[in-house]
Ligand binder design. Structure first.
Ligand code: ZN
Length: 294
């Protein structure tokens, strides 16, 4: 499916183009008051974006209330474009390029990308690996120029995936902060942490390999996945701080995990999740789009 940024920019050129889509994503079953659940409302059109006032209790809410766009002065159509680029384009974008593309400051572009990535991380936390799972430790090395720094810049990660013979696999790469030496076999603490946070307790089969370096030919998908992710990270975001590494890993996995969706499905998945007032609690919409084969 072709991704066309110019066409997207034409389709969502101003706020009035975006409002119907965001309304539908925020309230897929129709407006309901967040305080009393009443479905009847008045529209107040005195601001850039409309306010929706409940006819029963008078509570006012907006399309972006509680979302990553809440209180942002950046127009909705710029936010939508960022989410479209991150979710639908093959290559990512860094803050320098984004700032130019949508005519905002570098600081604003960086903050927008950061919030969109937090949405991706949060979405990933709502999806547990289930069914038949395989996982292994790997070593993330940030791009460095002096070999003596190598060890200091290595971090232990765990890469895991659902093994499916009928549909796409779902992948995760997570930093393993309790694993002190990335070159040693996976510690029990790091393994437990990964299991507790990312694996469905009802999983049918869990195969965790403990060594970071495994022979050629064994677990090929798992073996190749993390190095490809790290290459992409280093190529896209020259120089990555430790605190950002997890977001980039999550973004890479999101791109791979949504490959079987169309660009607009991936975009709507991200937009829908970004609007959830309490991101972690509302799974209904993401589950309706993401039917991971188990
Ligand atoms: Zn109400």
């Amino acid at each position: 499916m072709k991704v066309n940024i110019e066409q997207f920019q034409k389709q969502y050129a101003n706020e009035s183009d975006c409002i119907p889509l965001v309304f539908r994503m925020k309230w897929p079953t129709g407006y309901h008051c967040p305080r009393c659940a009443c479905a009847a409302f008045y529209i107040i059109n005195t601001r850039r974006l409309p306010l929706y006032e409940c006819r029963k209790c008078g509570h006012q809410t907006s399309l972006t209330a509680g979302s990553i766009m809440d209180k942002s002065r950046t127009p909705l159509h710029k936010w939508l474009l960022v989410m479209y680029i991150v979710s639908a384009c093959k290559t990512s974008i860094n803050a320098v390029h984004l700032a130019k593309l949508i005519a905002v400051t570098y600081k604003t572009a960086w903050s927008m990308l950061n919030k969109v990535r937090r949405t991706i991380t949060d979405l990933d936390h709502t999806i547990l690996l289930s069914g038949h799972i395989e996982a292994k430790p790997d070593i993330y090395t940030r791009r460095i120029f002096h070999s003596t720094e190598t060890l200091q810049r290595e971090q232990s990660v765990i890469v895991g995936r659902t093994k499916s013979s009928t549909g796409p696999s779902y992948y995760k790469i997570k930093l393993a902060p309790t694993q002190l030496d990335p070159r040693k076999p996976l510690s029990q603490a790091a393994e437990d942490e990964f299991r507790d946070t990312h694996i469905d307790p009802a999983a049918t089969h869990i195969d965790i390999i403990r060594k970071p370096i495994i022979p050629w030919g064994s677990h090929p998908q798992l073996r190749q996945f993390a190095p490809a992710a790290f290459q992409w990270m280093n190529d896209t975001f020259h120089g990555i701080s430790a605190s950002m590494a997890q977001s980039y890993m999550d973004e890479y996995c999101f791109r791979i995990n949504t490959k079987h969706l169309t660009p607009s499905q991936s975009f709507e998945l991200l937009l829908g999740h970004s609007l959830t007032p309490n991101l972690a609690k509302d799974l209904a919409y993401s589950n309706s789009l993401l039917k991971w084969a188990m």
